[in-house]
Design a protein around this ligand. Structure first.
Ligand SMILES: [Fe+2]
Length: 218
């Protein structure tokens, strides 16, 4: 998919659900950091960046009354939200996106190693590796970003998030991905991402984010 189309789709996702805007930028930056840590090529880092930016594209097809419901979702509504993974995959195909990383990450980022995830109930290494890594990143960000009901943010929240990921490594989250992310976090190289968008700093355009990232291939 062309970068300009990725940018347009990300903008549409943000307009649909404004609370996802900063989340998208943070998970893109965490994804780039992990990819760089793994020594991946420039091309792979760019492909993973696009896939991370598009991960919740399926939410475009979720009704607003469910997606933006201010109260707790009932089981039926939760089932509707869960459809976003498969719906996103279908939408990519409709947009003629044939990039395997985009398709795998969008469809499988909510699978679990114990087979209890969705949409396909894949287990362990059946889950594409990009989706396994991204599942850890997505959860870490959800647990460390500012939410109305959350008391803890910053390093305290990060420590708690890493503990939760470690407790559920191998069942809910891929153990190797948890390990890799935790080691990277402990180097201190991710803290600027953790804090940057939690401090009411305006969200930057997609291209600016890529240029600002120390992991952007030069
Ligand atoms: Fe998702």
């Amino acid at each position: 998919m062309q970068p300009s189309l990725v940018q347009t789709m990300v903008r549409l996702i943000e307009l649909k659900d404004l609370s996802t805007a900063a989340h998208t930028w943070r998970v893109v930056l965490y994804t780039r950091a992990m990819a760089e840590e793994a020594g991946l090529s420039h091309t792979l880092i760019e492909r993973l960046t696009h896939a991370a930016a598009l991960h919740d594209i399926g939410k475009l097809d979720i009704p607003d009354n469910v997606l933006q419901k201010p109260a707790r979702l009932d089981p039926h509504e939760y089932d509707i939200i869960k459809q976003h993974a498969a719906l996103g995959h279908t939408r990519l195909l409709e947009l003629d996106d044939s990039d395997r990383i985009d398709l795998d990450l969008v469809r499988h980022h909510h699978e679990r190693p114990d087979g209890l995830g969705y949409p396909d109930g894949l287990r362990g290494e059946q889950i594409p590796i990009a989706a396994r890594h991204f599942g850890v990143i997505d959860t870490f960000d959800a647990l460390t970003s500012v939410r109305p009901y959350r008391q803890q943010i910053g390093e305290r929240a990060a420590d708690e998030a890493l503990e939760l990921l470690a407790r559920e490594a191998g069942t809910r989250y891929d153990a190797q991905s948890v390990d890799m992310f935790t080691r990277l976090y402990r180097t201190g190289r991710l803290e600027w991402i953790l804090h940057h968008f939690n401090d009411a700093v305006p969200i930057l355009p997609f291209d600016a984010i890529r240029q600002q990232s120390p992991w952007s291939p030069k």
